[in-house]
Write a protein that binds this ligand. Sequence first.
Ligand code: IPM
Ligand code: MG
Length: 370
Amino acid sequence: MASFNLLYLPGDGIGPEVMAEVKKIVAWMNAQGIARFETDQGLVGGSAHDAHGKAISEADMAKAQAADAVLFGAVGGPKWDKVPYDVRPEAGLLRLRKDLGLFANLRPAICYPALADASSLKKNVVEGLDILIVRELTGGVYFGEPKTITDLGNGQKRGIDTQVYDTFEIERIARVAFDLARTRRNKVSSAEKRNVMKTGVLWNEVVTRIHKEEYASVQLEHVLADNCAMQLVRWPKQYDVIVTDNLFGDVLSDVAAMLTGSLGMLPSASLGAPDAKTKRRKSLYEPVHGSAPDIAGTGAANPIAMIASFGMALRYSLAMGEWADRLDAAISAVLADGLRTRDIASETAPANATTTQMGDAILKALQSRA
Ligand code: IPM
Ligand code: MG
């Protein structure tokens, strides 16, 4: 039987609550002998800051490097608003992404049939939606130097962030997008701002070349990132795979999330390059939503994005695609049954489930598919 090392990094706010629902599924799979998960847990974000004065400890970084998959909850909250910038909760997540080399962030936005009513958009716009945002995750303005605030000495300060992309960073994320498009509807939309940004000009040039040289059979279109945001709320079904940089990907994926009914629905996978020898990719799985400190501890959090992120781990890191399909089917069935956390409630389907009740129902639906 396959054996895997999973590292849980639940983080802050609702992170531990939604992670608890994944742990139940893992425990059941272990008990049934479906897989052998060796699990360990670490601290990240504000909780790590409270314990070690850093957003993630060296020991937990080493565990993350060694894991087959890292499951990440969420970080941040008002409690840590005043901590120094380089040890703020988000720094833990950014270090994980950078040090593990997780350059490819896959953010699928799927509108479950039962949730077409929960979106703020009209039902016919979102019904049956299935798009995938491929976000570059280790470059761009998130990591570019200089990144400073300097005192100009005249009562003024200057803040600088730097957007940088090298050819190889664009090539490798473009290949991920084209490869995935081939397994879907064979279309890639590349979003940048070539009309104002040099990185956008280069992005466009490199994606065009990779397409011509290696993926000419895939349909490619270029779209300005602002227009892409508008098109996403106008008629999102025109898209299949959207490939874009780190910052635009952050923004566009929040927009895409709302198309599916709630930010509480969107999972994500962050993958590194395959190891030359073992072919194994480093990986981290996290919901797109944040730590939602306003609802932490109230049982209102939706665990679906976290559970679906575990599903992506089964698919992309653990070669258990069949179980990933079963888990997706279980989520779909529970929603079709009318179970709703507060974020996905609508007039016709009122809120009727806590975090735990939703998690339990999904586990039960999964068990019935075993
Ligand atoms: C995301 C989040 C992060 C990001 C934050 C928490 C640093 O918004 O994963 O979308 O900006 O990448
Ligand atoms: Mg974001």
